[in-house]
Design a protein around this ligand. Structure first.
Ligand code: MRU
Length: 351
């Protein structure tokens, strides 16, 4: 299906497609230590909510391999330290904590196992999480594809595709599923400052999949909605609160406001593992702030004068009232979201 693999397990290592090098170079990075996985997540070698979760799960496996020959008590302490280190990497995407909680279940259930047996079970769980993510994205894509008609112009922000998941994508998964149904679509990809996930990653993977794509700067979205005109917006999510407020890449909120002003449907595509029903609203979602240099020294050259104040939140929160529908593997939820999200969350074990 894809000419690339976002992440894969091979020969006692987690192999990551280095997304910091795209679109210029397709380079794979091998991680053999927990610390390498943690840094890869922090530096966005691997990014996107579901992909971060799956990478962290493999990180716990590497923690087990690092300490395989140790006595049982220090071995298990090391697993907890590995989990804690991975949990400190990025605060906003709840999928990270959800995946780490799934790994913790294996550790808790494996009290009587020796180190090797527990390590094997952890690897089996990480592999299952990876496979599940891909299957869930495909189901989600099919649910959302019904919203798209042949010839639609779709605007997206950031990258919520195969690069952001174990392989298929959420927002882009909807587009791929519609394409598989024979619909021809045209995608407008916001470049997504400051790190350009839209122009570097979304445009790259849409081209790989033969989807027509046009890159626009973030500040062009309003004009394009008016001129193109855009039929709908589809974005991914990093965390969705119980009332349907959505945290996603910085700039998503602005796109949602513009969509409302132009009466364009604004869809959010996310797996149930992105729900955080423990939070009443988006006001409680922790928002990651990243290094000022990402703004002031964009890709190695000065993009702001030395010494000026810089504010660099990586995500924002779109209030539920601006969201037309949330698409998950379980179907479509429309406002008010609370009851539908609660229904989706039944049986879902939180992070
Ligand atoms: O900082 P990033 O690149 O990890 O941000 C990614 C996003 O905001 C995505 O839209 C979100 O994680 C959904 S990915 C299916």
């Amino acid at each position: 299906m894809s000419a690339f693999q976002t992440l894969a397990w091979g020969d006692q290592a987690l192999v990551l497609l280095d997304q910091t090098r795209l679109p210029g170079e397709t380079v794979y990075l091998e991680c053999r230590e927990v610390e390498e996985v943690a840094r890869a997540i922090e530096e966005l070698v691997v990014r996107g909510a579901p992909a971060i979760g799956v990478a962290a799960a493999y990180g716990v496996v590497l923690g087990a391999l690092e300490a395989l020959d140790w006595e049982p008590a220090p071995f298990r302490r090391h697993l907890q330290e590995a989990r804690a280190r991975l949990a400190r990497t990025r605060p906003t995407a709840v999928n990270l904590f959800w995946a780490l909680a799934r790994m913790e279940e294996v550790i808790a259930a494996g009290a009587g196992l020796d180190n090797r047996q527990l390590c094997d079970r952890l690897l089996a769980r990480a592999q299952a999480l990876r496979a599940e993510d891909e299957a869930v994205c495909r189901r989600l894509g099919q649910q959302g594809a019904a919203l798209l008609r042949d010839g639609f112009k779709v605007l997206t922000h950031c990258n919520a595709g195969g690069l952001a998941t174990a392989g298929y994508g959420t927002a882009l998964g909807v587009i791929y599923a519609a394409q598989e149904e024979g619909k021809r679509l045209r995608v407008f990809a916001d470049e997504t400052r400051p790190l350009l996930q839209g122009s570097r990653l979304t445009a790259w993977e849409l081209r790989q999949r033969g989807v027509e794509v046009t890159v626009i700067c973030d500040n062009m979205a309003g004009a394009v909605m008016r001129q193109a005109p855009i039929d709908c917006v589809i974005v991914g999510a990093d965390r969705i609160a119980a009332n349907g407020d959505v945290a996603n890449k910085i700039g998503t909120y602005g796109v949602a406001v513009l969509a409302r002003a132009h009466q364009i449907p604004f869809y959010v595509a996310a797996p149930v593992s992105t729900l955080d029903l423990s939070l009443a609203s988006g006001a409680e979602i922790p928002i990651e702030e990243r290094r000022p240099e990402e703004v002031s020294r964009g890709f190695g050259r000065a993009t702001a004068p030395e010494g000026v104040g810089i504010y660099n939140p990586a995500f924002d929160v779109t209030p539920a009232e601006l969201v037309t529908a949330i698409i998950s593997e379980k179907g479509l939820a429309r406002p008010p979201f609370a009851a539908a999200l609660r229904g989706w969350g039944e049986g879902h074990r939180p992070g």
